[in-house]
Design a protein around this ligand. Structure first.
Ligand SMILES: Nc1ncnc2c1ncn2[C@@H]1O[C@H](COP(=O)(O)OP(=O)(O)OP(=O)(O)O)[C@@H](O)[C@H]1O
Ligand SMILES: [Mg+2]
Length: 273
């Protein structure tokens, strides 16, 4: 049984969390521990501001994300969520303020961070394995196969992207994001276009990989239920600011059954969006 499966199966363990220095802290709701190597990076936003012309998209945002934490961000369309991810990944520069990863200011594209988008963005002229691993050095095939195995698609390595289903394509995109062993995974509505069952499969897969690998996750979603089901913390981004920062203390294994509690959390998030 994988470590993640063991952890998921034991609600008593689910309430604990191991800090990066190996301490166990109590933060119910996170997956967690002893023994898991935390490979996530810390992220800090300090007075982060981004304007496009006269439009202020992010306004002096402050945020600290612990290594290995799973954050979900919800907010209205055009509210600056993708802009925020791009700034963290170093794909764009702040107008003022700063982003730092593990204490280092982000001034360029970050190798530690990978982004996964709503559409898989696979190259149609490359087979699945090449989409996952190409440009990854000499042993790229081995690395790509390993990542495909992790998402359950090793047997589709030689297929062309067009023969895959939407959910399979997203799994290939996830495999591609995992190959460089990122310390941060930035997920920009990656499940938005999937049907409910495929989406539930992707949630399980993502949580399993997150538990095994320990990367820091930031998930953008329009789906408040998805945010509450997956994350340690749900943020609402509104008018360029963090309007709500809500810790989800219920262990993941108990969230589905705790309908009244979830309804209350959902009400609080929706009220702020
Ligand atoms: N390169 C750019 N140039 C000018 N304006 C931009 C640029 N990128 C984003 N914007 C503007 O910034 C605002 C926020 O865009 P962003 O893509 O971050 O929103 P979002 O919260 O991700 O929205 P959605 O939920 O629809 O994806 C929008 O008004 C958008 O038009
Ligand atoms: Mg967006």
């Amino acid at each position: 049984m994988s470590e993640a499966a063991r952890l998921f199966g034991n609600p008593r363990v689910l309430g604990r969390v191991a800090a990066s220095d190996g301490r166990n802290t109590t933060a119910a709701g996170r997956l967690e521990t002893s023994g898991r190597r935390l490979d996530g990076a810390a992220i800090e936003l300090s007075e982060l501001t981004k304007t496009f012309g006269h439009r202020v998209v992010l306004s002096a945002v402050n945020l600290k994300v612990e290594p290995g934490q799973f954050i979900a961000i919800v907010g209205r369309s055009g509210g600056g969520k993708t802009t925020l991810l791009r700034l963290i990944a170093g794909l764009d520069r702040p107008t003022s303020g700063a982003v730092s990863i593990d204490g280092c200011a982000v001034a360029d594209v970050q190798k530690a961070a990978r982004i996964m988008f709503q559409d898989a963005r696979l190259l149609p002229w490359q087979r699945v394995i090449a989409n996952v691993g190409i440009a990854r050095g000499d042993d790229w095939r081995a690395q790509a196969m390993q990542a495909l195995q992790a998402v359950g698609l090793a047997d589709r390595a030689q297929d062309w992207p067009y023969v895959l289903s939407g959910g399979q394509r997203q799994r290939v995109a996830l495999a591609r994001a995992l190959v460089p062993k990122p310390k941060i995974l930035l997920l920009d509505e990656p499940f938005g276009a999937l049907d409910a069952l495929t989406r539930a499969d992707m949630h399980r897969l993502l949580l399993t990989l997150w538990a095994e690998r320990g990367f820091t996750s930031i998930l953008i979603t329009h789906d408040v239920a998805e945010a509450i089901a997956l994350a340690d913390r749900v943020l609402v981004l509104r008018d360029g600011r963090i309007a709500l920062d809500l810790a989800i203390d219920t262990p993941r294994s108990e969230r589905e059954g705790a309908s009244s509690l979830l309804a209350e959390l959902k009400r609080r998030v929706v009220a702020e969006v």
